[in-house]
Design a protein around this ligand. Sequence first.
Ligand SMILES: [Zn+2]
Ligand SMILES: [Zn+2]
Length: 156
Amino acid sequence: MTTNRGRKHVIRNRMASTGESYVEAARNLKSMKDMGQTAEAVRTQRWKPADSLDVPCPCGGTCEPGEKCDHCHARHRHVGRAPGSLTDVETWADRYACTGCSSAYTLTVVLPGRPWGIAETVVRGGSAEPVVQARVFPGVIHPMMRPEKPEKPAED
Ligand SMILES: [Zn+2]
Ligand SMILES: [Zn+2]
């Protein structure tokens, strides 16, 4: 695969310039990429809702326009965003609040290329089936997950 060959080339270049081993160079390149994605994920989640519906939504225009409220007929405004799935890292949940009353709702959106974390396939236990497990980027708050803790050796 060309992408794979390209990646190896990048790793070899780094080995040549830093003197790192293949494994070290690959790991450092990966963490640099993760850091870039982390910053992007934090930006996707952390923004202040617009003061008025006349200005573009500060989330970056990745949301739907807010619906009209059934109760007070004002419009809903996009007020927040959080990871919206436990395994699908490009799925976010957008929260909308009415500008006229306390009505609110949540909409699920998929933002390709803007993941909130990394999905990994892990095998738990000896004969267990591999399961997809998502890891949240540092700084991203996942409403259904605990913040990531440093890895501890498994206890028996
Ligand atoms: Zn928005
Ligand atoms: Zn309302």
